[in-house]
Design a binder for this molecule. Structure first.
Ligand code: ATP
Ligand code: MG
Length: 247
């Protein structure tokens, strides 16, 4: 990573400091909400306990997620203010490699922030960004949080939701969608309801999914194996054990 910030690369926790800086800059640019700062703090605590590295079961989850994205009829990557601030270019790359759409979807939704995030993704190479039409709804949620694009998340069979709120993750699951959730807290409801819970920092998770997708791209059998051999509850148990220091 090479951002123009005053974080010394020699610092032992360089990546963590850089991440924090990106979220701060995201708030200044009007793409991340102030609540996003709190979510970041929670994430950092879990990442610290995980040793700030991708554990083996998270890598398997990343591979399964790549396989689901590649074999989907219509895959959509949901982008919120934290995801956009932390990994804009990486999200665009993942969408290119897998053919998944990008859709801005916010818990604290304002039209202005949606437009800013869409613009920011375009600056990072995105050709099309969904989320501005908002003509569909997720049943069971109240008004603003329920909005999605009817031909985006509304129509998707597979949705990648980084750092999704538990309620919305649950409602999307009830719509019958395959949910791939990136969340550093294995106890979070979002991780618990996911088809594929990826307990890893989004900074590491998105490039890892892209890497697996490149490898699995032409290989239907390997995609099947990655999906069939993945077990969500084992992944959650493994992550919890790693956090408690037992793995
Ligand atoms: P619950 O899911 O239990 O209802 P919540 O979703 O309301 O809780 P938030 O603080 O809103 O809790 O959610 C933020 C979630 O995102 C936390 O679980 C946090 O660990 C996770 N998170 C924050 N930053 C990152 C990151 N960089 N990578 C991965 N996960 C992150
Ligand atoms: Mg959550």
């Amino acid at each position: 990573m090479s951002d123009d910030v005053d974080v010394p690369e020699s610092h032992p926790r360089y990546e963590s400091l850089l991440t924090r800086h990106r979220i701060e800059a995201g708030v200044d640019m009007g793409i991340t909400s102030r609540q996003g700062l709190i979510a970041q703090g929670r994430g950092e605590a879990y990442d610290y306990l995980l040793g700030e590295e991708t554990i083996d079961s998270a890598d398997r989850a990343e591979r399964a997620a790549a396989a689901y994205l590649l074999s989907a009829e219509h895959a959509v990557i949901s982008v919120n203010g934290n995801a956009a601030a932390l990994v804009p270019g990486e999200l665009v790359e993942l969408s290119e490699v897998t053919g998944a759409d990008l859709e801005v979807n916010l818990f604290n939704r304002t039209e202005e922030r949606i437009e800013r995030i869409a613009e920011y993704l375009k600056q990072h190479g995105a050709e099309a960004v969904r989320g501005l039409t908002a003509d569909g709804r997720i049943p069971g949620l109240d008004h603003e949080r329920a909005k999605v694009d009817a031909d985006g998340i509304g129509d998707a069979d597979v949705v990648l939701v980084p750092l999704e709120d538990g309620d919305r993750a649950e409602a999307l699951g009830e719509m019958g969608k395959t949910e791939l959730v990136v969340d550093l807290n294995p106890l979070s409801r979002s991780a618990q309801v996911a088809t594929v819970p990826i307990v890893d920092n989004i900074i590491r998770a998105i490039p890892a999914i892209t890497e697996h997708a490149r490898e699995l791209h032409e290989d239907r059998d390997a995609q099947r194996t990655a999906i069939d051999s993945f077990d969500a509850s084992t992944a959650l148990t493994d992550a919890e054990a790693a956090i408690r220091g037992g793995a």
